[in-house]
Design a protein around this ligand. Structure first.
Ligand code: NAD
Length: 352
């Protein structure tokens, strides 16, 4: 298979972690007989420097013509004080411009890193692998908001259409079919009308997926269950605000921010893949950043945009083996001697 990937390294450690991810993708491509073509593009602070805009039109247009987008991270103190412009505007522009409405945040706890997990061993015994599918472009973050004339009261409106809910739940169902076929819809249907719409919609969508087990949890209960018994979850499907909060809660269960990948999907198979972390200006350019979050984002790209399940499994297994063998970057080293960004790339490639 030949695939065209738009690559946006961005700022700070973005370039370093992307470089290792491209090496890993090439190695897996060689092993399985695929050719990945990369077009390198600018967005974020570096684009402000060269074009005056965080998201040049040429970047967005090239992304639209590609099969998927791989992004490092954007931002940094250099661009913090430009009036009206921020590097992070590139992210909103990409999500909106590419029609990305489903955000996927896996919370995977590697057994090798379980000492970084704040939960009791009896709770996480056997490992953790949860996928949170969050609606990204609707709900209260995009609803009407404002203040009364005297400024003494304010409002933010949660609004969803059946169309927005249905396409999110369909993505969640498709993802669950590639995993353990269990979806938990998280809402607040005892109080919110939009949540009752999520339940109505779920009844319709999941009727078409008889193999999937579906259950429903109120968000307050879900946040409790995530720390009491996280192993009960496979895929969690939820609204923008609930997903924002729950995905941060789930990420803490897993240890380092340097290990967390993410994906944002639109209609069909197109997606943008990026680590959860930012540009980490404090460690940029020193070959000490952990590239695994971005490498694992690359694995998600193979699975969700290219349908390359075995190839994605292979990358994830190689990451597990590199950790098994004791390879650790500084953020996850504990008391051990850390290796560098490039050396972690070497270790993953060695175990592919
Ligand atoms: P950050 O995620 O960049 O860094 C937080 C801490 O985690 C830092 O101590 C950093 O060194 C460490 N860290 C992050 N990634 C790491 C990795 N791969 N390996 C080892 N350690 C890692 O968050 P921040 O410091 O709040 O933000 C820095 C810049 O990044 C800001 O300009 C912010 O706006 C931007 N940002 C961008 C994105 C994005 O591009 N998606 C996301 C978050 C923050």
């Amino acid at each position: 298979m030949i695939k065209n990937i738009a690559v946006i390294p961005g700022d700070g450690i973005g370039e370093e972690v992307i470089a290792q991810t491209v090496r890993v993708l090439d190695a897996v491509g060689e092993k399985f007989g695929h050719k990945f073509n990369y077009t390198y593009l600018e967005a974020g602070g570096c684009a402000i420097d060269s074009t005056g805009k965080p998201l040049p039109e040429a970047t967005l247009e090239t992304c639209k013509k590609s099969d998927s987008v791989l992004l490092g991270a954007v931002g940094g103190p250099k661009w913090d004080h430009i009036p009206g412009i921020r590097p992070e505007q590139a992210l909103l522009g990409l999500r909106g411009g590419l029609g990305l409405f489903a955000n996927l945040r896996p919370a995977i706890m590697y057994d090798q890193l379980k000492e970084a997990c704040p939960l009791k061993e009896s709770i996480i015994d056997g490992g953790l692998d949860i996928m949170i599918v969050r609606e990204l472009t609707g709900g209260i973050y995009f609803g009407k908001s404002g203040r009364s004339e005297d400024g003494q009261s304010g409002y933010d409106v949660e609004e969803y259409s059946f169309y927005e809910i249905e396409r999110l739940l369909r993505q969640a169902a498709e993802i669950a079919m590639k995993r353990n076929k269990h979806v938990t819809v998280v809402d607040k249907a005892n109080i919110l009308e939009t949540s009752r719409m999520w339940r109505e919609c779920a009844a319709k969508v999941f009727a078409e997926y008889p193999d999937i087990k579906v259950d429903f949890l109120y968000v307050d209960n879900a946040s409790m269950q995530l720390v009491r018994n996280p192993r009960q979850f496979d895929v969690i499907a939820t609204s923008n605000i609930f997903g924002d909060i729950l995905s941060d809660e789930a990420s803490q269960i897993t240890g380092s921010i340097g290990m967390l990948p993410s994906a944002s999907l639109g209609e069909g198979s197109f997606g943008m893949y990026e680590p959860v972390h930012g540009s980490a200006p404090d460690i940029a350019g020193k070959n000490i950043a952990n590239p695994l979050a971005t490498i694992l984002s690359g694995a998600m790209m193979l699975r969700y945009s290219f349908g390359m399940q075995a190839e994605a499994d292979d990358i994830e297994a190689a990451v597990g083996k590199a950790l098994d063998a004791g390879y650790r970057t500084a953020d996850i080293a504990g008391g051990t001697t850390p290796i560098g960004t490039k050396e972690m790339g070497d270790a993953v490639i060695k175990y592919l």
